[in-house]
Design a protein around this ligand. Structure first.
Ligand code: URA
Ligand code: SF4
Length: 221
């Protein structure tokens, strides 16, 4: 895996199609299907609703967490509990509001007792996350914690090693892993400082990749 981003000829391909063979006709259809989903055991293990995602479906910046907790399950919105307040604060610290970004999870239904999502559940739910990323087509994806990072980077490396580094993602985006806000709440000071530093890197990458994309628009493919 490479760290640091270099596309061929130093530019982002301008001719990459936005939606790569999505099985969903539109973002709205994707959301409708997910909200009625019973594809994995989490559908019958105590969820009160599917937590699809929150924010701007045209955002340049997408955060991917692990799975809904109790508060998210209750409200139907990702990252609204304690970890969510920390995430919302970190987003505000880089000058953005929640409604300017998009926030989703690896699994859309709450695992009972906040246990880890199982491999089969992650795999069953994956098309929804892939669909979200395909339609949104963000410039920067931030994976929060090990589950999102391992899934989207297809790596076995852990978050402590990967956090704050930048990886090329799906032809014309970059991915930056960061600690999960729940882990930051558990570990305190140093982890919080590292997260703040990682979010500053996110902000910089967002400016750079968005500008590169804008300047490659209309350039010969
Ligand atoms: N933790 C997550 O990973 N996702 C949420 O939505 C809330 C807490
Ligand atoms: Fe469907 Fe995902 Fe919920 Fe499983 S976790 S029931 S795959 S929406």
């Amino acid at each position: 895996m490479r760290s640091g981003t270099r596309w061929p000829d130093g530019g982002i391909p301008s001719s990459v199609s936005l939606v790569v063979e999505s099985p969903f006709a539109s973002f709205e259809e994707l959301e409708r299907e997910a909200l009625a989903c019973t594809k994995c055991p989490l559908a019958t293990q105590g969820r009160s609703q599917v937590v699809f995602g929150d924010g701007d479906p045209a955002a340049d910046l997408v955060f991917v967490g692990e799975g809904p907790g109790a508060e998210e399950d209750k409200q139907g919105i990702p990252f609204v509990g304690r970890a969510g307040r920390l995430l919302t604060g970190l987003i505000a610290d880089i000058g953005l509001r929640r409604d300017e970004v998009y926030i989703a999870n690896v699994v859309k239904c709450r695992p009972p007792g906040n246990r880890d999502p199982l491999p089969d559940e992650i795999e069953a739910c994956r098309p929804y996350l892939e669909g979200q990323l395909g339609f949104i087509d963000p410039a920067v994806v931030v994976t929060l914690g090990n589950f999102a990072t391992k899934l989207l980077l297809e790596t076995k490396d852990g978050i402590t090693k990967l956090r704050g580094r930048e990886f090329p993602f799906r032809e014309r985006a970059v991915l930056i892993p960061a600690f999960h806000p729940s882990a930051v709440l558990r570990s305190g000071g140093t982890a919080l400082a590292q997260s703040r530093a990682d979010f500053v890197r996110v902000k910089r990458a967002l400016g750079r990749v968005s500008a590169e994309r804008a300047s490659s628009q209309g350039a010969p493919g």
